[in-house]
Design a protein around this ligand. Sequence first.
Ligand SMILES: NC(=O)c1ccc[n+]([C@@H]2O[C@H](COP(=O)([O-])OP(=O)(O)OC[C@H]3O[C@@H](n4cnc5c(N)ncnc54)[C@H](O)[C@@H]3O)[C@@H](O)[C@H]2O)c1
Length: 383
Amino acid sequence: MTRRSIGIIVNGVTGRMGYRQHLVRSLLAIRSAGGVPLADGTTVWPHLVLVGRSEAKLREIAERHGLDDWTTDLTAALARDDTQVYFDAQVTQQREKAIRQAIDAGKHIYTEKPLAEDTAAALDLARAARAAGVRTGVVQDKLFLPGLRKLKRLLDGGFFGRVLSVRGEFGYWVFEGDWQPAQRPSWNYRAADGGGIVVDMFPHWHYVLAELFGEVRAVSATIATHIPRRVDEAGRPYEATADDAAYGIFELDGGVIAQLNSSWCVRVHRDELVEFQVDGTEGSAVAGLRRCRVQHRAVTPKPVWNPDLPATEDFRSQWTEVPDNEDFDNGFKVQWEAFLRHVATGEPFPWDFLAGARGVQLAELGLLSAREGRRVEVPELSL
Ligand SMILES: NC(=O)c1ccc[n+]([C@@H]2O[C@H](COP(=O)([O-])OP(=O)(O)OC[C@H]3O[C@@H](n4cnc5c(N)ncnc54)[C@H](O)[C@@H]3O)[C@@H](O)[C@H]2O)c1
């Protein structure tokens, strides 16, 4: 089988997402599977050039995985003729500058979300990439979660009738870092370092809502910094200046109302760390990361409100599990494969920089809504 190598610069590979989801679970997994097969019978083989700030950490990661191409010099990696793709999983604040450099070097670009820190910068990157003729992509991993794939299957099959509303709960308790270490990096809790749950989660909510239910037309959000003081990786206390919870209402095309809570200050009493309940005229579903359960109109019981009596029904048992019916691979890997096919063959890839800019816009307008205490309409973005 003919194998063609694509040189991929992986920047931010020492970070949580860069290492685990992108290097190990996606790119190395693709290599273990022999590459990405194309329709013409050839295979795309990712050649990885690891980039980061710490020589020692890069060497250690490279050796652990049998890789030998790494550098702390991004400019040199971008100057190489054998690198075609630049990937960015750095902290958000470092992204725009590095992507601009990659566009100037004529590389195709794939990046973690959010694409940039504000909508103007994100749109500017999208326009610059188009002008340079390079292909672009932004991570939209939640679309590939088994639970959401099953939800999409239900929508495509007309299960819901008319969708009325979506209610989502995302979150878990992120430790403050004093008596137990925090399980997320401390920059997430400092506004000046690009932190905050709105910029982290609203880009995800944008593509989930737009792809499944309809484009977001208006947003109302209330945000909070519930835990004002945390302790960082080095054991130093710091002021948490970024929002750690966001309570949002999103009005979608076609009249669907979505209400999504995102919080790092909530203890989990759910089956999964994110769950969406969708109610439609014909049926309802509750989808999480992996599972999806439904209740059809024809089998909906008739609860009667009577607070004087203990509940007699086991409401959860009245729902039916949606079967897998297919194999679900890691979502990050599936999207990487699609992006590499897009680069190699021009196969369509809808999750480009303009799609990423829409996610940044929703975060920006969510914060504006919270700051001014009002509902904000979301204008259509175009290049
Ligand atoms: N798709 C998702 O579900 C998802 C989840 C979490 C984070 N993310 C995104 O991934 C990106 C990285 O997040 P993470 O949680 O992996 O963060 P992290 O702190 O674990 O990793 C950050 C990476 O950036 C590098 N870096 C480069 N310049 C830096 C600087 N000046 N200061 C600090 N670090 C610098 C670090 O060395 C490290 O490799 C963020 O943009 C975040 O929004 C996406």
